[in-house]
Write a protein that binds this ligand. Structure first.
Ligand code: SRM
Ligand code: SF4
Length: 567
C-alpha cells in the first residue's frame, strides 16, 4: 500500500486555503483551468466539464469546456427569491436548465469560464453560497424537506443550520476571488484565517452528513458518512441517534471499494450534537487515507480499524459519554408529494421532477411553470433528496389557481404519475459528467416508460419500489440501497442490482452484469413475475429479492421464457 500522499494533497496544502492561482487564471484567455486550479475550484462549488457529445476523438481538437456550478443549500430550503435568482441565472449564463441534486442542492450546467465570476457572485447576492458544495469538506447538510411545525421541527431546522455553519470552510479565498473582497492573503506570509475544523489540507475526501426524522428516511441516512436520526417524544426533541461510516461509491472490479451502510454509534442530546459532528469529522481528517483517494472515505477507516476502535477514538475526543442508540420505529420513504396540510393552517405542494431536471420541453414547460407559480404565490421552495420540489406555505384558497397553472404548463401532479416514475431517480451522467461510463438521465425516461408498462402488464401497477440508475459505479443517485438499480458499466451496458429497499436500510446485490440498455427491463421482469406469485403478504420487491437470494433469482430468470410471454 502506498504511503506517498496524493497529488491533490499537495495542491491543497500549497493553495493557501484554496486560493492557488485561481484569481490569475480567471483573467487569462484560456477557456479552462490547469489541473491544480481545476481541483481547487471544486471547493468553490464548480467543476470544469466538457460536453462529451462534442468529443471528436481527436485529442488535439479544442474541447467545448464549460462549468457546472453547485449551490450549497442546507436542508434544501430556499426562499422564492433565491429560487428565482437561480432560475434567472440558468437562462442567462447556463444551459437553460436547473438540476436539483440528490443532496438537495441546485446545479447549473454549461457556464462559460468568463461567466463564472458573475454567476457565483449573483448566487451570493441571494445569500446562498457555492463554497463547500464540492471538494474535500463536509458537503451540503441534508435534512428532511417536509415543512413541519412545532418545537421539534424548529429545533431540528436550527441544528441543521448550526451543523452547516460549523462545517462551512472559513477561508476568505472565496470572497476575494468571486466577491471582490479585499485580499487578506498577499502571498508573503500565511496570513489567511485558519480552518479550525479542517486544517491546511482540509479533509482527505468528501464527507456527507444528513439528518432524518425517525420513521422517515427520505434523506437515505444510512448512506451517509454521518447520519443523525431525530428522536422526539411529543413536543420534545430528545436528541439524535448517530450513525457513522455509510457511503456508496465503489469502482467496478475493485472489491476493496464497496458501498457500506452506517453503523449505529450512540445517542446524542441536542446540546451534544455539534461536538459529536466536529469529533467525527476530526477522526476523518486525522485518520483518512491521504495516499489513495479511492480508500479515503470514513467508511474505510471504520472498516479497516473496526467499530470498537472508532467508538473508543470518538469517546476520547468527547468530554461526555454518548448514550446508547435509542429504540426507533421502522423507516419508510415518504416522498412528500402532492397537496398536503403542513400543520399550521398552510399547505404545501410537492411536485415530482423527472431526474431533478427543471427545464422546458415540448411536452411540459416545468421551468416556466414553476417560475410563474413561484413569482405569483411566493412560496418557500424546499428541494428534496429524491430530486423533487416542494412549494410551501401556500393558502388552500390558491389551490385551484395553482392547479390550473400547472395544467396550463403541462406539469403533471403526483397523482397523475405512476409509482415507478415517482420512485425513480437517475444521475446526470452524459453529456456533462466526466466520469460517466454509460447514459443515465437521458435514457432513464425510456426505461421507466418500459418498466411502467411491463409491471402494469403483470398486475403490479400499484406496487411501490425504488428504481435508480447511474452512469457509473460512483453511486450519485444512491443506487445501492434501491429495490432495483442499473449501474453503468460501459457504453450501453449496465450492472443490474436487486434487493435494497425503499426504506434505504439494506444494500442490494448484483443480479446480472453487462446487460444491454434495451434488455434492462426484460432482464428483471421474470423477478417481478416470481414476486407477484410467491411474495409474502405486503412484502416489498427488494425484501422479496433479498429473502429469495440472488442465486435462486438468477436460476429462475435463466429458466424463464423469453420476452413477450410474461403473464
Ligand atoms: Fe456525485 C462525483 C453528481 C450525489 C458519489 N458526482 C460526481 C461528479 C461531480 C463527477 C465528477 O467528479 O467529475 C458528478 C457531476 C455530474 C454533473 O454533470 O452534474 C456528480 N453527485 C452528483 C449529483 C448532482 C447527482 C444527482 O443526481 O443529483 C449529486 C450532487 C449532490 C450535491 O448536491 O452535493 C451527487 N455523489 C452523490 C451521492 C449521493 C449522496 O451524496 O447522497 C454519492 C454517493 C454517496 C457517497 O458519496 O458515498 C455520490 N459522486 C460520487 C462519487 C464517489 C465517491 C466515492 O466515495 O467513491 C464521485 C467521484 C469522486 O468523488 O471522485 C462523484
Ligand atoms: Fe457521473 Fe457516475 Fe455520478 Fe452519474 S454516478 S453523475 S456518471 S459520477
Amino acid at each position: 500500500m502506498s504511503t506517498k500522499q496524493s497529488k491533490l494533497e499537495t495542491f491543497k496544502q500549497q493553495s493557501h486555503h484554496l486560493r492557488g492561482s485561481i484569481a490569475d487564471a480567471l483573467q487569462n484567455e484560456a477557456n479552462g483551468f490547469a489541473e491544480a486550479e481545476k481541483q481547487l475550484l471544486k471547493f468553490h462549488g464548480t467543476y470544469q466539464q466538457d460536453d462529451r457529445d462534442q468529443r471528436t476523438g481527436d485529442r488535439r481538437a479544442k474541447k467545448s469546456v464549460s462549468f457546472m456550478v453547485r449551490s450549497r443549500i442546507p436542508g434544501g430550503v430556499l426562499t422564492a427569491d433565491q429560487y428565482l435568482a437561480h432560475d434567472e441565472l440558468a437562462g442567462r449564463y447556463a444551459n437553460g436548465t436547473l438540476r436539483i441534486t440528490t443532496r438537495q442542492g441546485l446545479q447549473l450546467h454549461g457556464v462559460l469560464k468568463g461567466d463564472l465570476k458573475p454567476t457565483i457572485a449573483d448566487i451570493n447576492q441571494t445569500l446562498i453560497t457555492t463554497l463547500g458544495a464540492c471538494g474535500d469538506v463536509v458537503r451540503n447538510v441534508m435534512c428532511c424537506p417536509a415543512p413541519r411545525h412545532g418545537r421539534v421541527a424548529a429545533q431540528v431546522a436550527a441544528i441543521t443550520d448550526a451543523v452547516a455553519a460549523l462545517t462551512a470552510p472559513r477561508t476568505r479565498a472565496y470572497h476575494e476571488i468571486w466577491l471582490d473582497e479585499e485580499k487578506v492573503f498577499d502571498g508573503a506570509q500565511a496570513a489567511a484565517p485558519s480552518e479550525p475544523l479542517y486544517g491546511d489540507a482540509y479533509l482527505p475526501r468528501k464527507f456527507k452528513l444528513a439528518i432524518a426524522y425517525a420513521g422517515d428516511n427520505c434523506v437515505d441516512v444510512y448512506a451517509q458518512d454521518l447520519g443523525l436520526i431525530a428522536i422526539a417524544h411529543g413536543d420534545t426533541l430528545l436528541g439524535f441517534n448517530v450513525l457513522a461510516g455509510g457511503g456508496l461509491g465503489m469502482t467496478h472490479k475493485k472489491p476493496e471499494t464497496f458501498p457500506r451502510l452506517g453503523d449505529p454509534i450512540g445517542f446524542a442530546t441536542p446540546a451534544q450534537v455539534e461536538a459529536v459532528v466536529a469529533a467525527i469529522v476530526g477522526i476523518h481528517r486525522d485518520f483518512g487515507d491521504r495516499a489513495n483517494r479511492k480508500h479515503a472515505r470514513l467508511k474505510y477507516i471504520i472498516h479497516d480499524r473496526g467499530l470498537e476502535w472508532f467508538k473508543q477514538e470518538l469517546s476520547e475526543r468527547l468530554d461526555f459519554e454518548l448514550a446508547p442508540f435509542a429504540p426507533q420505529p421502522p423507516f419508510d420513504l415518504d416522498l412528500h408529494l402532492g397537496w398536503q396540510e403542513q400543520g399550521d393552517g398552510h399547505w404545501y405542494l410537492g411536485i415530482s421532477v423527472e431526474n431533478g431536471r427543471i427545464q422546458d420541453t415540448a411536452a411540459a414547460q416545468l421551468r416556466s411553470g414553476l417560475r410563474e407559480v413561484i413569482s405569483r404565490f411566493r412560496p418557500d421552495v424546499h428541494l428534496t433528496p429524491n430530486h423533487d420540489i416542494l412549494l410551501t406555505d401556500l393558502h388552500l384558497a390558491d389551490r385551484p389557481a395553482i392547479d390550473a397553472l400547472l395544467t396550463q404548463y403541462g406539469i403533471a401532479q403526483a397523482d397523475e404519475l405512476s409509482n415507478v416514475q415517482l420512485y425513480a431517480m437517475a444521475c446526470p451522467a452524459l453529456p456533462t459528467c466526466g466520469l460517466a461510463l454509460a447514459e443515465s438521465e437521458r435514457v432513464m425516461p425510456t426505461v421507466i416508460d418500459e418498466l411502467e408498462t411491463a409491471v402494469a402488464g403483470i398486475g403490479l401497477a400499484q406496487e411501490k419500489f425504488t428504481v435508480r440508475m447511474t452512469g457509473c459505479p460512483n453511486g450519485c443517485a444512491r443506487p445501492y440501497v434501491a429495490d432495483l438499480a442499473f449501474v453503468g458499466r460501459s457504453a450501453d451496458k449496465y450492472l443490474v442490482l436487486v434487493g435494497g429497499n425503499q426504506n434505504g436500510t439494506q444494500l442490494n446485490q448484483p443480479f446480472a452484469d453487462l446487460v444491454p440498455l434495451e434488455e434492462l427491463v426484460s432482464s428483471v421482469l421474470p423477478l417481478f413475475v416470481l414476486f407477484r406469485d410467491t411474495r409474502y403478504p405486503n412484502e416489498p420487491f427488494g425484501d422479496f429479492c433479498n429473502r429469495v437470494g440472488v442465486e435462486k433469482l438468477q436460476e429462475f430468470a435463466a429458466a424463464y421464457p423469453q420476452e413477450g410471454v410474461y403473464a
